[in-house]
Design a protein around this ligand. Structure first.
Ligand code: GDP
Length: 365
């Protein structure tokens, strides 16, 4: 018979009742006590001392969705704020396969050789769907992950891009307070995440590949405009000529763009992350950039702009979350959506009605 399991006498799938399992294999094991939650002052003290485990726990607190954690996290951030700001914040983007992790590994070692500490953070909006991010993952940065002075943290995974970005921005504050004077924020070169990263870093590095000659076609214009430096990776072996050609094309394209707000002219450099070629050239460019913007005062201006931007972003996000979380609004939105789809009401009056309901709910409170 081809399918014995279809026969009523078949017992192969029957589940036998088993024996009750022991509650614990080791009868002498003492129950594990939960670590008590540190107070805000304890968190801050640990962070300021550079205690990595305290820093890690505080970042977990920032990422937590529990209201009591969020309140504690805000207190910790607020207390760390006076000790923050003393770092070079560098955004690194590139499409998957561009060589971000390979490059960050060697860039990171290069930076650490110059002294100081390095934190690698990430913003990966796709992690929202896959509930876990590979960006900023330790396993991708083998050399860096064993360095004592490197703190590597993958992207927070919960929430909208705005929420994920805010958490990373808050993590920067804690890392700076813990003495990390170089912060890399990695992101994938697809979607909106570059804009979020751009709004929290001083220098934005775009990693590109020498492709088939039409390199510029695949990149969104907006990303090129955000870049302070474009680096063409994998300029090694028989790829060197192609990388140089791509670099020339990028230089030409950059001429067509309006000057950047800092008046810094973005540079294009070829390098190889894997073979560690030209790494010093890339970092020489970044060092020159920081020297330049600190001299012109643009560094401070941009940071202030960013601080303002994040205040408004946080307000917008909280308002949006508050609005959409109200069950009555959710029900009304469903009704209104149908009416708009059936052409029974215009989009604008429907939005107006929902908002009016929201405002009156606020008044009733
Ligand atoms: P990511 O997805 O942007 O993080 O890219 P990875 O760093 O994982 O690199 C993707 C692939 O490109 C890997 O197989 C790397 O070994 C390879 N790769 C990265 N950098 C270089 C390089 O400079 N030269 C060469 N030939 N290969 C590289």
């Amino acid at each position: 018979m081809e399918h014995p399991e279809n026969d009523s006498s078949y017992r192969g799938l029957q589940v036998n009742s088993g024996v009750a399992s022991q509650p614990c294999v080791n009868p002498y094991r003492r129950p594990r006590r939960k670590r008590p939650e540190p107070t805000a002052a304890e968190y801050v003290e640990g962070i300021l001392k550079g205690d990595v485990s305290m820093l890690g726990r505080a970042v977990t607190l920032i990422e937590s969705l529990a209201p009591q954690h969020q309140a504690l996290a805000q207190e910790v951030i607020e207390k760390c704020l006076p000790y923050s700001g003393n770092s070079r914040r560098i955004g690194i983007t590139g499409v998957p396969g561009a060589g971000k992790s390979t490059s960050i590994d060697v860039f990171g070692l290069h930076v650490l050789r110059q002294g100081g500490k390095l934190a690698v953070l990430a913003i990966d909006p796709s992690s929202e769907r896959t509930s876990g991010s590979i960006l900023g993952d330790k396993t991708r940065m083998e050399k860096l992950s064993v360095q004592q002075d490197a703190f590597i943290r993958p992207s927070p995974s919960a929430g909208s891009l705005g929420g994920v970005a805010r958490k990373t921005r808050e993590t920067i504050v804690l890392c700076e307070a813990a003495g990390y004077d170089n912060i890399f924020v990695e992101t994938v070169g697809v979607g909106q995440s570059e804009t979020a990263v751009h709004s929290m870093v001083d220098f934005f590095l775009l990693i590109q590949l020498a492709g088939t000659g039409d390199e510029l076609q695949g990149i969104k214009r907006g990303i090129m405009e955000m870049a302070d430096g474009i680096v063409i990776n994998k300029a090694d072996g028989d790829n060197v000529d192609r990388a140089n050609l791509a670099a020339a094309q990028f230089r030409n394209a950059l001429h067509l763009f309006p000057p950047t707000p800092s008046k810094w002219v973005p540079e294009v450099i070829t390098y190889s992350g894997y073979f560690e070629l030209n790494i010093d050239k890339v970092w020489d460019m970044i060092d020159r950039y920081f020297k330049y913007v600190k001299e012109t005062g643009y560094f401070e201006r941009k940071r202030q702009e960013q601080a303002k931007y994040w205040m408004f972003e946080t307000i917008n996000e909280r308002l949006r979350d508050n609005f959409y979380a109200i069950p009555e609004i959710q029900a009304l939105l469903e009704q209104k959506e149908l009416r708009v789809l059936n052409n029974e009401q215009s989009s604008f009056t429907a939005a107006h009605d929902v908002l009016e309901r929201y405002f009156s709910l606020l008044r009733e409170k």
